[in-house]
Design a protein around this ligand. Sequence first.
Ligand code: ADP
Ligand code: MG
Length: 299
Amino acid sequence: MIEVKNVIKRFGDFFALNGVNINVEKGSVYGLVGPNGAGKTTVIKCMAGIYRQDGGSVLIDGKPVYENAEIKSRVAYVSDDLYFFPGYSIKDSAAYYRGIYPNWSEERFEEIADVFKIDEKRAARRLSKGMQKQAAFWLGLSTQPDVMILDEPMDGLDPVMRRNVWNIMLAEVANRGMTVLVSSHNLRELEDVCDHVGIMNKGRIAIEKGLDEVKGNIHKVQTAFRDGLPDELRTSLDVLKHEKAGSVDMLIIRGDSGEITDKIRKYSPLLLDVVPLTLEEVFIYELGGMGYELEIIGQ
Ligand code: ADP
Ligand code: MG
């Protein structure tokens, strides 16, 4: 649905994007994660058709986005620096959106109003940062977009409102196959909502994965043996990390959990426990050895 192919974006002689590849399937929720300055906002502005890239291509539904009014009318973009026209109330903004977006739904606008409970007559620029975010979601969702592109959207929203917003968005994903691309500097924030995650660093995607794939394929195993971890076992497993605490071995192992436990059981362990990893841990181990794992995950 969204294809970013080898995209380059320069500011002067600085390469903010240095060959970025991103693939977002229709109906999926893709999290773009990376530290400040990684290039998230820049690539998002290319996807939203605000920047023209200097190299590569940005396609939505197979068509170039830049200067493509038809594609843009099906995309809702919530930027990190929201802009509202001076003096416009939310209602005025809604009237403006109605004129631009062919799929604008007054019914959706009224429905979502019940969630946000912001007086639509209030001037958008006078609202708090978090309320402005809510107004942007409200307007964006009312256009019934095929694609939502969100740049650090949860900044300034309280936990209850975050949940409300995600509930609405995930319902649209489930009911209409809406596609979502969302950025954050915090992987934890996206863990529960995304099905794909791309980790961005220094103008490139360092790693891109489907969550089923990552979470099912890497495990934390605690085990103990009377005479220590057998060497043959250690070499027959794909061990990413091994730590000892007293007589307990803590192993991070890549592979199918059933196969891993079957292999370990053959050596009659005194203890065998498989603990699920958080997404953050998965990426830290996957990126292990690349030297910048913690920097990438962010705080
Ligand atoms: P992120 O959103 O991941 O924090 P950005 O895409 O905003 O990162 O920025 C990526 C890099 O490009 C940063 O080093 C930033 O300083 C630089 N950059 C972004 N926009 C501009 C601009 N308009 N002019 C010059 N440099 C820019
Ligand atoms: Mg940014």
